[in-house]
Design a protein around this ligand. Structure first.
Ligand code: FES
Ligand code: FES
Length: 185
């Protein structure tokens, strides 16, 4: 059993401790925003934040995540108002949507450390693979997200695409809080 906090909620995974965090999030917690790309640490599609740092969840076991704070794309904001989410939409830096959650998490972790990163730092902090070559727009979007984070600019929140993001982050039947019997409503 491995206990941790996922998107602000205490959870325990009754799984083999060597299970990759990626599988626990996707298959047990139903947080499918975190994507499986290569499973080998190369693509970044599985990136989540662990204690504020961007990590590839395919390379982290749930035993290694024990006691830590995990944030997935569903928990980045409840209304898509995170500066990275707003800027990715505003700069049209999203194409397939498969690699985007991992990119957003890597960018969010970067801005936690430095809200005013230069291009070289952005490129270094975003190792994620994007087959459609959206990188120039990504740099612009992350620079813009930094301005929003520093309150030097405002972007209107992107409209929700028909699903309540709060539901996506909380409707996870397999999540169980420690010391509580049964599923969390
Ligand atoms: S699935 Fe984890 S890096 Fe590709
Ligand atoms: S936007 Fe996903 S591969 Fe390029």
């Amino acid at each position: 059993m491995s206990r941790m906090t996922v998107n602000g909620r205490p959870v325990q995974f009754d799984m083999d401790p060597q299970t990759p965090l990626l599988w626990a999030l996707r298959d047990a917690a139903n947080l499918t925003g975190t994507k499986y790309g290569c499973g080998a640490g190369d693509c970044g599609a599985c990136m989540v934040m662990v204690d504020g740092a961007a990590l590839r969840s395919c390379l982290v076991t749930i035993a290694e995540a024990e006691g830590r704070y995990v944030t997935t794309i569903e928990g980045l904001s409840h209304d898509r108002s995170h500066p990275v989410q707003q800027a990715l939409v505003a700069e049209q830096a999203i194409q397939c949507g498969f690699c985007t959650p991992g990119i957003a998490m890597a960018a969010a972790a970067l801005l936690e450390r430095n809200a005013n990163p230069g291009e070289a730092e952005i490129r270094e902090a975003i190792p994620n693979l994007c087959r459609c070559g959206v990188y120039p727009r990504l740099v612009k979007a992350i620079e813009r997200a930094g301005r929003v984070a520093r309150r030097a600019e405002r972007i209107s929140a992107a409209p929700a695409p028909g699903i309540d993001a709060r539901d996506a982050a909380s409707a996870v039947p397999a999540m169980r809080a420690p010391d509580i019997e049964g599923e969390i409503e």
